[in-house]
Design a binder for this molecule. Structure first.
Ligand code: BGC
Length: 708
């Protein structure tokens, strides 16, 4: 290390390194460091910028001072959209990972994708999507972590910890309320402070506390009329003020709308400026000259970026890890095995290996497993098994390809049970598929729903006549199991006609193998829904997708979205309105069964809960024991306050304990300002889903308050 460059000395305090480096940088260099570019070819540029790896983002470094280039890649499911001719390991979708309710797995997945990103030369991952899935038709729900702020916050925090264990920066996103893709660049998400703090913001708050990401990406949309990238209250008051976030904020690609104005509102870095109306942050020097921005503010912005890079170790030149492909694919497999949710089972699954003939129908099960579209799409090792390109070759076309990962369920089923004869039908002709099903012991129907960033699904029905296909097959052979490969919840008008339903989400690079392992019982399913499956779209807070008609006519039309559910996102809405669901939040069956006993509660200043769970079946399995507040002094409520996943051998018992975070059941009081726990009696229940509460108790809590 050059002694003239003390900021490169890892033994110095981080703040001292930031201070010294800020002193050495010229104003132009500081401004350049917070001007983000598209890292691949872009409008008006046929090749990536010099030195860029051909990914989402790039910012040239300052070689004379040892400041590295910022090489940025999406995202939460793996190193995305990098056409380096090699590939990367694709994890199951985010919503799938949330269905594991297993923090350790989320962290292992983050560590795995972070290692690949580092090995490929990246130092910033745009990974950490945790928008609450308020809108079940949102095309991007597969990237997020469900509808509960505690679950989403805990899981995103774990994944960020994993990513950042590799000397790179992770980015929690999209701050805030990017709940739908339709109109995302223009809509205003309108909500009062208290419900916002208690829901979407709480997920971010918990995620940031637990994961300590270096960076926060602002959302495209407006909140209460103001673009998130110019939102003084969200960025300065809440994020940097109340929560003390000391890293940097970056705009989403094309989501910066001004220079000095955005900077003063708390935006530290313009991203993908080629997509913005103009490269706003290039003019920050002029803004300083004209007195519209101070040098001190520029130092704060650049300092935040440097703090994140130095904090991650990105200036320390640690050798990049080498990729152990088999070990990484094993992380994808272990995760996939825990993401799958057994939604229904009339003693059909697991299938015995004594069967002679199984019909495998539809869903490209002979080719691979579907993945979600958009910026998070991971090119797998060896390339995709199948790709369907959109008809029009627009700028966004590469992001809108339907892609299947090469992990064909049919091949995996054959490998798992070589003694069984598997007959495949692509499902294009329901009568033909039904005839095949009638000639087999069992039918496995794979049903797909492709979802993608940029577009929402028009409704929650399976597309392309798959409902009719499933109904026809189930009529021909009631021993039919359906495997859903979907971005999120779908309706299932055929639910009562089939023997079993599995939700496999987008299960990633080892999805086919995981499905086969579950189908034959080599793995006992342990996924639990992180999102409600509604029974009817009419029951949703917004029965029609907000702005859908308008956006069809005028894509960038400004419109308002309101949220009748307020803080009661997902299951809380259905519970408070007493609306039925197809499958409730937290639901998931097992091949064994679990008994709950000895619920004990501790109250007073803090709430703790304990319950004994016993595997009373004949197989090893895992139960996700969930605790909910069911009653507050003000009346009935339903709020997840903690959970524990217990892996149990037959006959084995374990005590599952939680110490609950008051913010998940408190009220946010903007006048206080802060969280207010009303003193009095609280109902607490332990159970296997929000609708399957097995043991109830009550506990007295003291009144208390807590800062925002
Ligand atoms: C997405 C971000 C992503 C960025 C860069 C945007 O379209 O909303 O999540 O990180 O592109 O690829």
């Amino acid at each position: 290390m050059n002694s003239n460059q003390p900021w490169l000395d890892p033994s110095l305090e981080r703040e001292e390194r930031v201070r010294l480096l800020l002193r050495a940088l010229t104003r132009e260099e500081k401004i350049a460091l917070i001007n983000g570019h598209i890292g691949s070819k872009s409008p008006g540029r046929a090749a990536p910028p010099d030195g860029a790896l051909g990914s989402a983002g790039f910012v040239p470094g300052v070689p004379r001072l040892g400041v590295p280039d910022q090489q940025e890649t999406d995202a939460s499911l793996g190193v995305a959209n990098l056409h380096d001719g090699v590939g990367a390991t694709a994890l199951p979708s985010g919503l799938a990972i949330a269905a594991t309710w297993n923090e350790d797995l989320a962290e292992a997945g983050g560590a795995m994708i972070g290692a690949e990103a580092r090995a490929k030369g990246f130092n910033v991952m745009l990974a950490g999507g945790c928008n609450l899935t308020r809108e079940p038709r949102c095309g991007r729900n597969f990237e997020y972590l469900g509808e509960d702020p505690l679950l989403a916050g805990v899981m995103v925090g774990a994944s960020i910890r994993g990513v950042q264990s590799n000397q790179l920066v992770a980015t929690i996103k999209h701050f805030a309320l990017n709940a739908q893709e339709t109109g995302r660049m223009s809509l205003s998400a309108n909500i009062d402070e208290a419900p916002l703090r208690e829901s979407d913001l709480l997920a971010f708050q918990i995620g940031i506390e637990r994961g300590r990401p270096g960076s926060v990406m602002t959302a495209y949309n407006r909140v209460n009329g103001i673009y998130c990238g110019e939102h003084d209250w969200l960025l300065n008051t809440v994020l940097k003020g109340d929560w003390g976030f000391d890293g940097y904020t970056m705009s989403d690609w094309g989501g910066c709308h001004s220079g000095a104005k955005a900077a003063k509102a708390g935006l530290d870095r313009e991203s993908g400026q080629e997509l913005d109306r103009e490269p706003f942050f290039q003019k920050l020097g002029e803004a300083i000259d004209q007195g519209a921005l101070t040098e001190a503010k520029l130092d704060d912005m650049t300092g935040r970026l440097l703090r994140a890079l130095i904090g991650a170790g990105a200036l320390d030149g640690a050798p990049a890890p080498t990729i152990d492909r088999d070990a990484h694919l094993d992380v994808a497999r272990r995760t996939a095995e825990e993401v799958i949710v057994l939604l229904k089972n009339d003693a059909l699954l697991p299938l015995p290996r004594s069967l002679s003939r199984i019909a495998v129908i539809g869903g490209h099960a002979d080719i691979g497993v579907l993945a979600g579209g958009g910026s998070s799409s991971v090119v797998p090792w060896g390339g995709f098994a199948k790709e369907i390109k959109p008809a029009n070759d627009t700028l966004w076309a590469p992001f809108l390809r339907q892609r299947w990962l090469p992990s064909a369920p049919l091949a995996a089923l054959r490998a798992a049970a070589p003694e069984i004869d598997f007959a495949f039908d692509d499902g294009a002709d329901p009568a033909r598929a039904a005839a095949l099903a009638a000639s087999c012991d069992v039918a496995l129907v794979f049903a797909e729903q492709w979802t993608s960033e940029f577009i929402d699904v028009p409704n929650l029905s399976l597309p392309d006549g798959q409902d009719a296909l499933i109904a026809a097959v189930a009529r021909a052979n009631p021993r039919t199991a359906v495997v859903l490969i979907t971005g999120g919840p779908v309706l299932a008008p055929w639910r009562d006609a089939v023997g079993a339903i599995l939700a496999a989400w987008y299960p990633g690079a080892r999805g086919g193998e995981a499905i086969a392992a579950i189908v034959f019982g080599d793995v006992n399913p342990s996924g639990r829904l992180p999102i409600t499956f509604p029974a009817d779209e009419a029951d949703l807070p917004n029965p029609a997708l907000p702005g859908a008609d308008l956006a069809k006519e005028t894509p960038f039309a400004k419109f308002d979205v309101t949220y009748p559910e307020g803080a009661d996102v997902g299951y809380r809405w259905f519970a408070s309105r007493k609306r039925p669901t197809l499958f409730p939040f937290g639901h998931g069956l097992s091949y064994t069964s679990f008994a709950y006993s000895e619920l004990t509660l501790e109250g007073g200043e803090a709430l703790a809960a304990h319950v004994l769970v016993t595997n009373v079946g004949a197989r090893a399995g895992a139960e996700t024991v969930q605790f909910y507040v069911t009653n507050r002094p003000g009346g009935a409520a339903l709020r997840l306050i903690g959970w524990g996943k217990a892996h149990l051998q037959p006959g084995e018992s374990r005590r599952v304990s939680i110490a609950a975070d008051p913010r998940v059941w408190a009220d946010y009081d903007p006048v206080l300002p802060g969280w207010r726990v009303a003193g009095g009696s609280y109902g607490v229940a332990a159970g296997a889903s929000c609708a399957d509460l097995r043991l109830h108790g009550a506990v007295a809590l003291a009144a208390s308050s807590r800062r925002p």
